[in-house]
Design a protein around this ligand. Structure first.
Ligand code: PLP
Length: 348
């Protein structure tokens, strides 16, 4: 702390990301990265962009990528917002759409960045408890609110909320914005983007960090009514005109165009997930039903923190959250077949 800080900074409680170890030999199953590389066509497009043009600023509107995303989801380009990772997109959503008098609602077990943004932007919030099976119950969200946000599939549980339940929620909540954070939707869910034309208060966010294997590039997006997008553009253009650099724009565009590679790698992750769940069940673990590229598992006879520490000693890292209700769970990202086997060997 120092006298030079703006007063609010001393009360900030920043997000703590999963460890990015400097040791590269570790089997890294702690931050839900894709175990396969990005599309070779995306890599090729990015290499082609490494030239003298880097002296020039990028297109502040990233129109090339907006058109690719709009074409992919069959919406108009003015229904698409882009940012430097979906974390930045979420920050602008909190800033531009959630600052009202009533509290923001989100599940008690959810993405831990949400309360951090509430702290940054001074937004009151009210956690809504998941049910005993760790599922979202949409009836529980019938409270006065400044907005509702949840990941779907939820993180860190991996549990999916069906599209008709989301529609039920939207029908009951028409006076504030509902954000569905679809960071993991491509691993087993159906996107709510199909609902944005019927529900002007629905905003869907996605990222290229997980299913398109570009966490290091930092590209995220939101799709919704043009009026919601305009609010985000206003915030963005008051903050950073160029959140996406030239390399990110062409790389992300090429990634969206390479449907075959996308499907192949998502399918591999899904198949490995199902196999890993069966292996963990056979070892006595209880695993929540996952539609994501990670699983959330607990063992009735072994302490989760102890398992995590022992795995780490054997070179395998998974994520453990010291939080109420979930401190006996481990969140394990789905790796390659070899990485998953290394996890099982370490558990054995
Ligand atoms: C990973 C993740 C994000 C953020 O992804 P970016 O890398 O910032 O695009 C957003 N929401 C949830 C629930 C996530 O798990």
């Amino acid at each position: 702390m120092s006298k030079f800080w703006s007063p609010f900074v001393k009360n900030l409680v920043p997000y703590v990301p999963g460890e990015q170890p400097k040791l590269t030999k570790l089997v890294k199953l702690n931050t839900n990265e894709n175990p396969y590389g990005p599309s070779p066509k995306a890599l090729e497009a990015m290499r082609g962009e490494l030239n003298d043009n880097l002296r020039l600023y990028p297109d502040p509107n990233s129109d090339l990528l907006k058109q690719a995303v709009a074409g992919y989801y069959k919406v108009q380009p003015n229904q698409v917002f882009l940012g430097n990772g979906s974390d930045e997109v979420l920050a602008h959503i909190f800033h531009g759409l959630f600052q009202h008098d009533a509290p923001l609602l989100f599940p008690d077990i959810s993405y831990s960045f949400y309360p951090v943004y509430c702290g940054l932007y001074g937004i009151p919030f009210e956690p809504v408890a998941l049910d005993e099976q760790f599922q979202i119950r949409v009836e529980d969200y019938r409270l006065a609110n400044a907005g509702i946000i949840f990941p779907n599939p939820n993180a860190p549980t991996g549990c999916l909320l069906a599209l008709d339940a989301i529609e039920q929620l939207l029908k009951a909540n028409t006076e504030s914005v509902v954000v569905v954070d679809e960071a993991y939707i491509d691993f087993g869910g159906e996107t709510a983007i199909s609902l944005v034309d019927r529900y002007p208060n629905l905003l869907v966010t996605q990222t290229l960090s997980k299913s398109r294997s570009l966490a290091g590039l930092r590209v995220g997006l939101a799709v919704g009514h043009p009026d919601l997008i305009e609010a985000l553009e206003r915030v963005k253009n008051s903050f950073n005109s160029y959140p996406l650099d030239r390399i990110a724009i062409v790389g992300a565009t090429a990634a969206f165009e390479d449907q075959a590679y996308f499907e192949e790698t998502c399918n591999k992750v899904i198949a490995s997930r199902e196999k890993l769940v069966a292996e963990l069940n056979a070892r006595g673990f209880e695993v929540l039903p996952s539609a994501a590229n990670f699983i959330f598992a607990r063992h009735p006879g072994k302490d989760a923190a102890g398992i995590a520490a022992s795995l780490r000693e054997q070179g395998v890292i998974v994520r453990h959250f010291k939080l109420p209700r979930i401190d006996q769970f481990l969140r394990i990202s789905i790796g390659t077949e070899e990485q998953n086997q290394a996890l099982l060997d370490a558990l054995n």
